[in-house]
Structures are given as structure tokens and as C-alpha cells.
Ligand binder design. Sequence first.
Ligand code: BG6
Length: 484
Amino acid sequence: HQVAPFDYIIFGATGDLTMRKLLPALYYRLTMGQVPDTARIIGTARSPLSREEYQGRARDALKRFVKADDFDEDTVERFLDMVHYVSLDGSKAESNWDGLREVLSHKADEHVRVFYYATAPDLYGAISANLAKEGLVTDDSRVVLEKPIGIDLKTADEINEGVGKFFKEKNVFRIDHYLGKETVQNVIALRFANPLLEAVWSAEHIESVQITAGEVVGVEGRAAYYDNSGALRDMVQNHLLQVLCLVAMEKPASLEADAVRDAKVSVLKSLVPLDKDTLRNASVRAQYTAGHIKGATVEGYLDELGHESNTETYVALRAEIDTPRWKNVPFFIRTAKRLKKKVSEIVVTFRSPETSLFPARPGRNVLVIRIQPDEGVSWSFNVKDPTNDDFALWQSTMDVHFEKSFNTRYPDAYERLLLDAVRGYPVLFIRRDEVEAAWKWVAPVMEAWARNDVPMAHYPAGSWGPEEARAMLARDGQLWHEDM
Ligand code: BG6
């Protein structure tokens, strides 16, 4: 459905995220008829650009990040007509606020106003204060906060307080783009629309769960950000814990935002705290060294950086959830740069039945939910080996590839999320207590690593990660998916 006319005011409008994700996402939704032509996208940044110059950059961004087949000259023109630019330093009280006010004064009452903060998060409070002081925050104005919300609980609180003084919580949309992925939302459908799965979704039948977000890319142009952040803060505190919540949560009372978020936050609060002793066996951190990816030689992380660093590009954690449903089931979560393959997936391993009916114990059933790429679901199960008269078993796999099933383009996560903020529909955004609970759980890991309690491991670029991570699973009698 088409959303109401809106003014999207983007802070950080010349940055990578805006060019790579936000503008293409809004363009795609225009092609789908969901964005009215009267909507406006108002970029702001410090660079002194004219509107025409910024439109030029927007066009270049679409050229680069929209598929050639989807780049339609007429639609691009319609899109660029929606694009405005105000040269403004949002974090400064003395800046070109009049310029922004002037653009916004046009049809102010009829347009939903959404501010998007794609700047350094420590500026979010100052931008909010300036917007409020300038009288630009209306009762209904929304604000979208890009991650990371802080670097720990304290800084997250400061950011949330700084924004919360000027925006009501119901108008604050904290983005976690993993929740915008169709295949992540699909976890809710798989679990609660299929009795076959719902009936076995607990410790009684599930032996372990692993959640992976692996990337082939290195830190690219983002070394300055990344080296201060590391994989734990960049991916685990937010994306991977959100996926874990959807896999582990109790059935929400409804699909209303607060029902789902209540269910998720209780998972976060039930995560067994990691401490100094458990962490040695329950956490692996590592950096990539030089290696080969798709035939090319790539440098190690430290060479790429050009200086020493204690920042991890790989994390694997063993988590437990202290609820009756998940008693003693290990949840392994891992993420890394420069792995062999780009793969985000959830792997659920079921207990093998204790039966002596067959010549050998049946293999374990494995359900793989592929988040990306090759979105889909596969299910490995035992069948009778038709070539054997003694009831030997054989592992067979059913595999569904969604792109084939639905014959449709998989939208980028930002598309849905950007328009949900206009609609005022928060179910796929993070509530403040979720951010806090997630930071609380990762805090002891950050602290232990900072004290070097857990040594830094290494893995060659283009591999599946360090040996230490394999050993961690082996202690539970488990294998990472690629080793199964
Ligand atoms: C971002 C991280 O949040 O997610 C990046 O900051 C990472 O480092 C990206 O590359 C991964 O997203 P996706 O959608 O490609 O899995």
C-alpha cells in the first residue's frame, strides 16, 4: 500500500549508508507504487552542496546500487524530483537551521515527518536537542536511529536519554536491519504456523542451535569505525541476538509490536550471564590473517589496518537460555569478516532417537533456515536406504529455495523498515529495554576480552574461522554446519 506523504530528513546524507541503502530502498518502493510523488527526501550533511549537486550524487548512488534492470530513467527522474538537500551540521546549535525550516515549512501539516540519524551515534542527542530547540519536532515526528546504539550500556543509555528528551518512545524507531529481512521474519511463520515444528521446538527434541552471519568482505572503507567496534559490537549485540530471540522466544500473544518485543526481551533477560570462568570455554575471538578468497590473495587484518589492534573480526559464543523450554541447549552464535562464504543461517540440530531398531543409530535431523543468500529452508532426515535389505538408514534432504518458489525479487531489508517508520509501525524495530538487555549480556564478554582473559585466535582469510571455534563445539559433541 502507498504510505502517506512524508518528509524523510536524513542526517549523514552524503555517507555510505545513505547512498548504498537508504536512497536505493526508497527508490525501489517508489517503483512499487508505495511512495507518493509528493513525498520528499531531504538530505542534510556538512558538505556545501547545491540541491542539483546532491541530486547528481543520488543518481550515481542509484546507478551503482540499483540493479541495472530496475534502473528506469523515468522513475529515476521522479525520484530525483523528491530529493532536496540542506547543508547543515545537525550537531551544532549555530548552523543552517533556517534552511531546513524553510524546506520543511512546505505542506508541513500534511506530511509525516521522519528524521533519520545516519551519523555517528554520539551526535544523536545533540541533533535531537537542536531540532527541538528550532521547533522542528512536532508531536508526531518520528526518529529512526541507525545502529550502533552506543558501545556499551552506559553510552546506549546516554543516547537513549538524549533522544528520549525530545521524542516519545513510541516515535523512536531503532533500526536493526536484520529484522527487516524477510527470512528473519519468516522464523515467526515457520515456528508458529507449522505444528510439525511447534511441537518439537524445545530442549526435549533440540540438541543445539547455531546462528551464523559470515561475510567474505573485509572491513572495506570502514576500518576507522570497525576497529573501534569489532565483530561483537558490530554484529552480535544487535543482529545475532535479535535472530536468537526470534528462534527462542515463547509464542507472543499477538503480532503487535509490544507483544513480540516483550517475548524477545524475556529471552534476552533469560540468557545465562557469562563470567570470567565460563568465558574461556564459551567465547572465541579471532582476527584474520592473510589468505586466499576466490583465487585472490588478501591481506591480514593488521596489514590492512597498518597498525596493531586488539579488535576481533571473528566471534563465536556459546549461549544458554535459562527457561524450561531451553534448559541446557547450547546456542552457538558466530559472525566474521573474510570467511570462505557469505552465509547467514540458522541451523537447528535435533536429538537422534534412542532406538536399537536399526543397524546404526539414526543420524540427527537438521533444519537449516537460510537467511541469505539463497534464501530458503532445508531439512535433513532419515530414510531407509533402498539399496540395503537390513534397514540401513540414509540421510535425505528436502530443500526449498524461496526465490524459485515465489518467483520474486528479495527486497533489501531497509525498504520495508523505512516505510514502516512512516506508517508508525514499530514491530520490526528495537525497543529501548531490548538494547539495554543485549548490552548487559555482552558486557562481561567485552570486559574479559579487554583484560585479555581470552587469547586472540587467528584464522586465514577465506577459511571457516579458527580451530578454537571448532573445539568449542566439539566439547558439546557438535559440529559447525560446514563440517557436518
Ligand atoms: C552491518 C554491519 O550492521 O551489517 C556490517 O555494520 C555488516 O559490518 C552488515 O557487513 C551485514 O549485513 P548483511 O545484511 O549484509 O548481512
